[in-house]
Design a protein around this ligand. Structure first.
Ligand SMILES: O=P(O)(O)O[C@@H]1[C@@H](OP(=O)(O)O)[C@H](OP(=O)(O)O)[C@H](O)[C@H](OP(=O)(O)O)[C@H]1OP(=O)(O)O
Ligand SMILES: Nc1ncnc2c1ncn2[C@@H]1O[C@H](COP(=O)(O)OP(=O)(O)OP(=O)(O)O)[C@@H](O)[C@H]1O
Length: 491
């Protein structure tokens, strides 16, 4: 990128989350990712540079090891002319969703990250000219805590996402409850995965977005503003899935196209396209915890239909969902077991402030940082070293619980075949595809007390307002099925 020749008119607003804002280049397949801050909380340019460099290093030296080279695009830090950033900020301001405007784009440092535009690219080095469809999923936490530190039984039965839904609707963040349950998506069972994906399509919230040729065509722009018409989506998808035939439109056609989409996403999510270093390490306890969530609409439906076996086929070891789950499971103690260790770290830092840098809390996130994450013991020997390791593992797990998966699909012909590019088949079409993971910024050490409080709030709200009203017959039925365990392959 030639910093001298930056022209804000070549860039457009692409999207944003809570901490960063992304603009895409209109011709080239790259995006710029800027940090955002609350007004008047601007940091010194050197601090921002270090923060961004930390994000890149964390992707490069840590998350790449967990997820595999092909799945992680860590990009690079770039320095941009301040004038360009200021003009860009003015240009995109009107397109920003209101709910995200509590934070401002950093226009003072001139630093940003440059990344491949994953909604338009199949591989980093490949510029695509053919149409491209991209599905972004933020799957959230895919397991139920197995830690003995958990104090409320409900946390062993209902997953955090399903409990949190009730609090979010009560707080007005979303209008309706979603039927999506991450445990269904992470089950590896196709029927459960289909149900999870259909639920995401019904109520996308901030967990699903669909892009066509880099433009958002489905999902939330804003808490208030969402593109969620299935007929409209089917109209966009039809040329991808039924390129040759003139299927009539209507509800049947829409359903068929949506089914095709769900099938293709499931297959790509189960595909193994990369190997990684952490794949060889003995990771997290397997076959622990429950493999289904009592609140999942799928589970409830099965029980209602008198079926007492919850299928959990297990995820193939090489697929991105499996790797995401393994990284999430670095949270072995649950926030309830972790919080006392955080306090131990705090006490240590008070006495020995220099430990903050020795223990790499604020980086550098290098090979040494990664190596320290590999100690999976859960026996507390009372040392500070144990506490530091568990705190860092927890931060990595939280990052994996909040990342997004990007699946890009590009139609290809039958005779087009490449050893490097996997292919997924639909009934009447085929696609080359790639799967990537994004938003791999290490969660801050300082957010741990917030996590602890939020966990309490979510559980208490659920116990008071939801579980108390639930049918007791239902929970008795579930008791009969408690032998189901998480079936993951041994490593
Ligand atoms: O705590 P959660 O599960 O609500 O996750 C937060 C997300 O809310 P969600 O539930 O996905 O709607 C939240 O997403 P939204 O801003 O609500 O779209 C952020 O991703 C937040 O991360 P950070 O503080 O920006 O680093 C996320 O916070 P972390 O918990 O990952 O720190
Ligand atoms: N490399 C990329 N290519 C294409 N789109 C991207 C890329 N990186 C981010 N995006 C888009 O920008 C949105 C916001 O980015 P991101 O999730 O990194 O923001 P965030 O503020 O860190 O999120 P959070 O709210 O989870 O903290 C994403 O949901 C995605 O749609």
């Amino acid at each position: 990128m030639d910093a001298e020749k930056m022209d804000e008119n070549e860039w457009k607003y692409h999207g944003e989350g809570n901490k960063s804002l992304v603009v895409s280049h209109s011709q080239r397949c790259v995006v710029l990712r800027f940090l955002k801050f609350s007004p008047n909380r601007n940091k010194a340019p050197e601090e921002i540079l270090r923060h961004l460099q930390n994000i890149v290093d964390f992707g490069k030296h840590v998350m790449k090891q967990f997820f595999g080279e092909k799945y992680v695009h860590y990009g690079e830090v770039v320095q941009l002319p301040l004038d360009f950033v200021k003009q860009l900020c003015l240009k995109i301001q009107s397109e920003r969703p209101e709910s995200r405007c509590d934070k401002d784009l950093d226009t003072l440092s001139g630093y940003a990250m440059c990344l491949p535009n994953l909604t338009r690219l199949q591989t980093y080095h490949f510029v695509e000219h053919r149409p491209i469809l991209c599905v972004e999923i933020k799957p959230k936490c895919g397991f139920i805590p197995f830690s003995s530190h958990v104090s409320q039984e409900i946390k062993h039965k209902v997953c955090r996402y399903c409990m949190h839904q009730h609090l979010k609707v009560a707080n007005g963040k979303w209008k309706r409850l979603s039927k999506y349950c991450p445990l269904d998506l992470f089950s590896g069972n196709k029927q459960r995965m289909h149900f999870a994906l259909k639920s995401l399509l019904q109520e996308a919230q901030n967990n699903l977005k669909i892009f066509k040729n880099g433009e958002l065509i489905y999902g939330c722009k804003d808490d208030q503003d969402s593109l969620s018409d299935w007929n409209e989506l089917a109209r966009h998808l039809k040329p991808f899935f039924f390129p040759a035939n003139g299927m009539v439109s209507g509800p049947h056609c829409t359903r068929t196209i949506i089914k095709e989409l769900i099938h293709v996403i499931t297959m790509t999510l189960l595909s193994s396209t990369d190997a990684c270093r952490a794949g060889n390490m003995k990771t997290v306890p397997i076959s622990r915890g429950r493999s289904y969530c009592e609140a999942s609409a799928f589970s409830k439906e099965l029980v209602r239909n008198g079926k007492n076996k919850m299928e959990s086929s297990g995820l193939p070891r090489g697929c991105l969902l499996y790797k995401t789950l393994q990284a999430q499971m670095l949270d072995m103690l649950d926030i309830e077991g972790l919080y006392p260790l955080y306090n131990r770290v705090e006490q240590c830092l008070e006495e020995f402030p220099e430990e903050r840098s020795t223990s790499q809390i604020d980086g550098p996130y290098n090979e040494a940082f990664y190596e320290k994450l590999l100690d999976l013991s859960t026996e507390d020997d009372g040392t500070e070293a144990f506490a530091f390791t568990k705190v860092q593992q927890y931060r990595v797990a939280m990052t994996a619980k909040d990342c997004s998966i990007m699946i890009s699909l590009s139609p290809c012909l039958q005779d087009e075949c490449s050893a490097q590019r996997p292919v997924v088949l639909a009934s009447k079409s085929r696609f080359t595809f790639s799967v990537s993971v994004l938003d791999l910024d290490l969660k801050p050490y300082e957010s741990i007390p917030h996590q602890y409080k939020l966990d309490g709030k979510i559980v208490n709200y659920y116990l008071k307002n939801v579980q108390a009203k639930d049918d007791p017959v239902m929970s008795n039925l579930f008791k009969e099925n408690e032998d189901c365990t998480l079936v993951l392959h041994k490593v």
